[in-house]
Design a protein around this ligand. Structure first.
Ligand code: ADP
Length: 510
């Protein structure tokens, strides 16, 4: 029998917003086995989102055991564990028992929006942006931790006595997986809390003061690639080192081997998440992008610029579920390719406003250029194109902010399977679009961080070679044609912006 997989193995734990997954990779980067289980989304009231931390821990532990059992190799051959996680979500728990004192407050949760308004009203936004690279928003962890401490009776006193611990989901899992021995996180997660100074690489007392978070509850920040602790043998029977941690988007940037400044990854999911490696200096955006730590391999942080597209794959879902123009996402592709162009139709899917570089939360979607001959194929094509146009605008912001051109665009996520979309992205952005063979880049990134720390892969070059390209889409559109297409898009966007429409300043219904 030929050996299909080659030891040693690395186990990646991918704790996401809706499910927990565990994936085993071999030394060649081949996915050997995986398991996945969802957890409940808890909505206590409008705009609030919670998870049960114990449920997350239980599901994550179950899938870890399942994946290891499924790959049929001895846990002795698993050299390291990497953790990647939904970012910004926070848990507060008892140091002595490991029991959470409240449900996890999830990144999507808007309950602390008024607290953020109050901090903004004090004029603190520029100082906070300077230190953290972030824009004050309920999305980030700081106000969520303070909320739990303020709303659970006695929590502030207990925190002052050192009885409570807090952290993002990586920290919560790490605590339990190490049998309660380790309270740590990595800088990619820390940099999403709004408590972490990007330049000094530490929790900053000024931020702790502004957000009223006691230093005593916070984890130690250790390099993303390095041994954080050892898996308690009660889980798999072996004390496997937990040797890599990164937030999901940063892990994907690493898994895509975007190690050089100027390299960008785009995850085409429900929305798009774009990250650009900017090297050793945190670049402050003038376009409303976020500055974040990409990772720390033990020799200091690397940074990234981050931007997102609010509606991407969701627009395909809208075609399917609301307009009933298609029956599946794959049909959208086939339709788009059945016509040579959109016949002048442009879809601007500003369902929830427009992000970078417009930042118009009152904008709503438009379809322009419709004529009597417009059919569903043209609309389907314009929908896929809209995903590329919106991504391109973020890419252009990144290039301007970084003052350097984009070298390559590496892609993953559900909609990256669309050859039409990837080809159009390459044409529009004028860069090669590189789609990997293993599209599980988030989990793969966590595995790479852990494997790098434990000698599974000796150096970054080796890690880079483990990532295999499935296909590269080369730009072929003439410059003049690209300029014409971009001008058409901007014209459609102009019609979408709320501008001086009556009623601006009030949130439209729906
Ligand atoms: P998320 O992690 O945000 O839930 P995924 O990475 O699973 O998202 O991607 C799901 C998205 O991919 C869906 O919104 C869907 O519209 C899109 N998608 C799936 N298959 C295709 C396809 N063949 N062509 C284009 N888009 C697709």
């Amino acid at each position: 029998m030929t050996l299909r997989h080659e030891p040693p193995y690395v186990l990646a734990l991918d704790q996401g917003t809706t499910s927990s997954r565990a994936l085993v990779f071999d030394v060649r980067g081949t996915l050997v086995a995986s398991a996945q289980k969802p957890h409940r989304q808890i909505y206590p009231q409008s705009g609030w989102v919670e998870h049960d931390p114990l449920e997350i821990l239980a599901r994550q532990t179950e899938v870890m055991k399942e994946a290891v059992a499924a790959c049929g190799v001895s846990p002795k051959l698993i050299r390291a564990i990497g953790i990647t996680n939904q970012r910004e979500t926070v848990v507060v728990w008892e140091r002595a028992t490991g029991r959470p004192i409240h449900n996890a407050v999830v990144w999507q949760c808007r309950r602390t929006a008024p607290d953020c308004d109050a901090i903004r009203a004090q004029g603190l936004a520029p100082r906070i942006a300077d230190r953290t690279g972030l824009i004050i928003d309920a999305y980030f962890s700081a106000t969520k931790i303070a909320w739990i401490l303020d709303h659970v009776p006695g929590a502030r006193d207990r925190a002052a006595r050192g009885e409570l611990l807090a952290g993002t989901v990586d920290t919560w899992l790490l605590h339990h997986l190490t049998g309660g021995r380790v309270h740590a996180t990595d800088p990619s997660n820390a940099s999403r809390t709004m408590l972490y100074d990007l330049h000094e690489n530490r929790w900053h007392e000024e931020l702790l003061g502004i957000f009223r978070v006691p230093a005593a509850v916070l984890p130690k920040v250790l390099p993303s690639s390095g041994v954080f602790g050892t898996l308690d043998p009660s889980f798999l029977g072996e004390p496997i080192p937990i040797a890599g941690i990164a937030g999901d988007q940063q892990a994907a940037l690493f898994g895509q081997a975007c190690f050089t400044p100027g390299m960008v990854k785009n995850t085409y999911g429900t929305g798009c998440f774009l990250l650009m490696n900017t090297g050793r200096t945190p670049v402050r955006s003038r376009k409303g992008l976020i500055t974040t730590v990409a990772w720390d391999l033990g020799d200091g942080p690397s940074y990234a610029l981050e931007g997102s597209v609010f509606n991407a794959g969701s627009v395909i879902q809208w075609l399917r579920d609301e307009l009933h123009l298609i029956s599946s996402a794959a049909e959208c592709d086939r339709l788009a390719e059945s016509v040579p162009d959109t016949g002048g139709v442009t879809v601007v899917p500003a369902f929830t406003g427009l992000g970078a570089p417009y930042w118009d939360s009152y904008a709503r979607g438009t379809i322009t250029g419709i004529h009597r001959g417009t059919g569903r194929a043209q609309i389907a094509r314009a929908v896929l194109e809209s995903i590329a146009f919106q991504s391109d605008e973020v890419i252009r912001c990144m290039a301007e902010d970084a003052g350097a051109p984009i070298l390559s665009l590496r892609v993953d996520g559900g909609a990256s399977v669309s050859d039409f979309l990837m080809g159009f992205q390459a044409d529009l952005s004028g860069v090669p679009v590189d789609r990997p063979a293993v599209v599980e880049t988030t989990a793969f990134g966590a595995a790479c961080l852990a494997g790098l720390a434990t000698g599974v892969w000796p150096d970054l070059d080796t890690v880079g070679r483990v990532r295999a390209t499935e296909r590269v889409f080369h730009p072929s559109l003439p410059d003049a044609e690209r300029a014409r297409r971009l001008a058409g898009w901007r014209d459609a966007v102009r019609r979408t912006l709320s501008g001086d429409l009556p009623g601006r300043g009030e949130e439209p219904a729906g």
